[in-house]
Design a protein around this ligand. Structure first.
Ligand SMILES: Nc1ncnc2c1ncn2[C@@H]1O[C@H](COP(=O)(O)OP(=O)(O)OP(=O)(O)O)[C@@H](O)[C@H]1O
Ligand SMILES: [Mg+2]
Length: 331
């Protein structure tokens, strides 16, 4: 039986609609106008025990909504959800003891409490055996380098320190499943590396099942074996990271500044125009079809080239390519 199983998940939000200003608010109150937003329109996937899945997609795709449903915070409007053999919403109380959740965008800890006291509170909430708690806490504090901040209130922590504290807090009760919703957002490079290394260890050494959302392709490259691309509330792709890499990560981009208005792009196999504005031409190309030096030589032979930059694609571009490649660009 899969550790996490969702089938045809549907979630609709009702949002009230009102014109701006106090008059709009008054009208909204009187008329109660609202519209619905379909965040999930039939999402299905299964995750085996010990898997580490990257869950990616553009803003508003439905990633956080899915995690909230899996965590038992929200109830789905339709479809089936089973996590560790339970319905997360119906069986919330038992469920929370088996999972750990980190939302990069907001804190789960108590803002005014020192970190260490927040941890103790979680021990009581999850009813963790005291000896076991001490062992796990000490291990997490050492691994996540938290000793210096245990006495500090959460509100005084830097973002990187807070995120490390959040991850420790999510793992104090040794959950078998970890949901990480943008755990590296806003972190500097060393903090990102620390978070990645830790997540990898939890997965490899403890066999923790991990579902991770991120807008950072490096997170995916470093951590996930498999990715699900979600868009318009649906699963657009579900494949090994290697397959995604082979298909789209190989795509490169060449940004060329000319000494004159940017010319039309040369018509070459594997080359497409991403943008052409003023003196700048941005080309996408597939290195398997044309090597960068050949493309650069071709441009430099025909035009006065002033500057050239070679770039990989960002995660948003990777996803956009995916949409295009799979013909999935719906409304
Ligand atoms: N509480 C809410 N009330 C109303 N609409 C909501 C609510 N939460 C999310 N939505 C809407 O549902 C859709 C999916 O949102 P969700 O937060 O799941 O996206 P996401 O993939 O996590 O995006 P992001 O990458 O920006 O975090 C969006 O259109 C969003 O505006
Ligand atoms: Mg989100």
């Amino acid at each position: 039986m899969p550790h996490i199983h969702v089938e045809d998940l549907v979630k609709t939000y009702r949002v009230s609609e009102r014109a701006p200003g106090w008059l709009g608010a008054l009208r909204g109150l009187l008329q109660r106008r609202s519209r619905t937003v379909e965040a999930l329109s039939g999402v299905s996937f299964a995750l085996e025990r010990g898997e580490l899945l990257g869950f990616i997609g553009p803003n508003g795709a439905g990633k956080s909504t899915t995690i909230k449903i899996l965590a038992g915070i929200l109830r789905a409007d339709g479809g089936r959800v089973e996590v560790d053999g339970r319905d997360p919403f119906v069986d919330r109380e038992r469920h929370v003891g088996r999972i750990g959740v980190v939302f990069g965008q907001r804190t789960q800890l108590w803002w005014d409490l020192p970190v260490g006291e927040g941890f103790d509170l979680l021990r009581d909430i999850y009813r963790v055996d005291p000896a076991r708690y001490r062992r796990t806490r000490d291990e997490l504090v050492a691994l996540l380098r938290l000793d210096a901040v245990l006495g500090q209130p959460v509100r005084q922590l830097s973002l990187g320190q807070r995120m490390r504290a959040e991850i420790a807090a999510a793992l104090l009760h040794e959950p078998e499943i970890l949901f990480l919703d943008e755990p590296t957002i806003g972190l500097d490079a060393p903090s990102k590396l620390a978070v990645r290394e830790f997540v990898l260890r939890a997965n490899r050494e403890r066999g923790t099942t991990v579902l991770l959302t991120t807008h950072d392709m490096h997170d995916i490259e470093a951590l996930a074996h498999r990715v699900i691309v979600i868009g318009h509330g649906r699963v657009l792709a579900d494949c090994p990271v290697d397959a995604l890499r082979a298909q789209v990560l190989a795509q490169r981009r060449l940004v060329v500044d000319f000494g004159h208005d940017a010319p039309d792009a040369p018509v070459l196999p594997g080359v497409s125009v991403h943008a052409r504005e003023g003196r700048t031409l941005v080309l996408g190309f597939d290195p398997a079809q044309i090597a960068a030096p050949a493309l650069i030589a071709r441009l430099a032979a025909e035009h006065a080239v002033e500057d050239i930059r070679l770039e990989g694609l960002s995660i948003e571009e990777v996803i956009a390519r995916f949409y295009a490649m799979h013909g999935a660009a719906e409304s």
